[in-house]
Design a protein around this ligand. Structure first.
Ligand SMILES: [Zn+2]
Length: 434
């Protein structure tokens, strides 16, 4: 850090007070350092967003967002993995073994309890807004996603999700819209970005609410994107073409197959999206790649503990793909894994089963048979296994953040969700909109 050495505007008396003060401080520091063991200097919170040109920047950056993934959701997956090898413990997932970890406050501009649009806006732009809004501030001002700043700086940009590509969390990384419900207006903003890679289950309301507007797919084609719905289709896409991966039209356009319900014939997975995204984005320019595990939130809204566990493990598998990339580029890669908020008020432990948890029972939710599980059966399974819920909505506690690679130390400790994009840009050595 550079210190200015220009005392010209200070009066002499101010200088002498300053020099006396600094002598007192120096003595105090000497006494303190004689008494206490030497502590490493702790950076101030603001410094963690600063560009530091003395260290190499992160060139390849992944931001994984577990939608609705609180600490209890992560822990539920860990105890489930432990239980499947018959031992009590917190087995590490791909990202929970990252050395840099912290906590992220999630409140929105108008509520202690955020929605995905407001939290996503904070994660994407560094600004708080009201629930429901996509990169639009409480007074109607518009906020810029770091994806645009990074594209202007020459990076390739990728956005992938296990739900529809115009749902709130992916939307905040490319759209500016008063309401997250304006699916058509959000989708119309996708192709003009010129971002390199998009992936999701589908596009909601592609011809508008009434079905009479120009198809978003026609617009996407005009902008030169290839829309691919099968692995075979990928073979016909040139390396330079911008790409959108979606599910086949016969499958759900709202979300990928739930991780707990896979049978092996399930269409794309988040792992497929992550692998294909890396193939498309990798190169000398560097990239920023946001990957959302969107179904964790859905399973938690349904108070389905087993569904949550399988979706968290699914996100962990996608993160593992990024970790493999990190191993090939350890000095240039940053992986950040966090959540927008927690959902459901999940608890490991319930009153009717004190001091007991049977995570191995959640295995019953897995496989084709689970497609027919009713709400009552899911509730019974929660109760039998000892997992409790307080709400069908979101909750207001901080969420965890995990980071690996170059610049990961910026994500240690307590931070706000608005700090995340600032620290990502700082780690990338890009001076952005902040
Ligand atoms: Zn939600």
């Amino acid at each position: 850090m550079r210190v200015s050495a220009k005392p010209t505007k200070l009066s002499l008396s101010a200088l002498s007070i300053a020099s006396r003060l600094s002598a007192v401080i120096a003595t105090a520091v000497l006494i303190l350092s004689a008494c206490a063991p030497q502590q490493p200097s702790v950076p101030l919170l603001d410094d963690l967003a600063a560009v530091d040109s003395s260290v190499p920047p992160a060139k390849y950056v992944f931001l994984f967002i577990g939608d609705g993934m609180g600490l209890a959701h992560v822990t539920a997956a860990e105890v489930f993995v432990s239980a499947s090898s018959d031992r009590i413990g917190n087995a590490e997932l791909s990202f929970t073994r990252f050395a840099a970890q912290g906590f992220v406050s999630t409140f929105s501009a108008n509520s202690y309890i955020t929605c995905s649009a407001a939290a996503g806006t904070a994660l994407s732009t560094g600004y708080k807004t009201n629930n429901g809004m996509v990169c639009v501030g409480p007074q109607g001002q518009t906020y810029k996603s770091i994806t645009y700043t990074l594209k202007e700086a020459g990076y390739k940009i990728g956005i992938a999700t296990s739900v529809s590509i115009n749902h709130a969390t992916p939307a905040v990384f490319y759209a500016v819209e008063q309401s997250r419900e304006n699916y058509y207006a959000i989708a119309r903003q996708l192709a003009p970005t010129g971002f390199d890679f998009f992936a999701g289950s589908g596009i909601l309301k592609p011809t508008g609410n009434g079905g009479n507007d120009e198809s978003v797919f026609e617009q996407i084609e005009r902008y030169g994107y290839a829309v691919v719905r099968t692995p075979d289709g990928l073979r016909n896409v040139s390396a330079s073409q911008k790409l959108i991966l979606l599910q086949e039209e016969s499958r759900s356009q709202e979300a990928l197959t739930p991780a707990a319900d896979r049978t092996g014939m399930d269409g794309w997975t988040l792992v497929d999206f992550t692998k294909t995204g890396i193939d498309r984005l990798d190169g000398s320019r560097g990239f920023f790649f946001m990957v959302e595990g969107g179904r964790i939130d859905w399973a938690a809204h349904a108070n389905d503990a087993a569904g949550v566990v399988y979706e968290v493990m699914d996100l962990a598998d996608a993160v593992e793909v990024a970790v493999e990339f990190y191993r090939r580029h350890p000095d240039e890669t940053l992986i950040v894994v966090t959540a927008d908020h927690a959902t459901g008020g999940l608890a490991l432990g319930i009153g009717s089963l004190p001091y007991e948890l049977k995570p191995e029972l959640l295995n019953a939710r897995n496989g084709a048979g689970s497609r027919t599980m009713t709400e009552a059966e899911i509730a019974a399974l929660n109760a039998e296994a000892g997992f409790g819920w307080t709400t069908g909505a979101h909750t207001g506690e901080p969420v965890p953040v995990y980071a690996l690679g170059i610049g990961s130390e910026r994500f240690i400790g307590r931070m706000d969700n608005t700090d995340i994009p600032k620290r990502i840009l700082g780690a990338m050595g890009v001076r952005g909109q902040f």
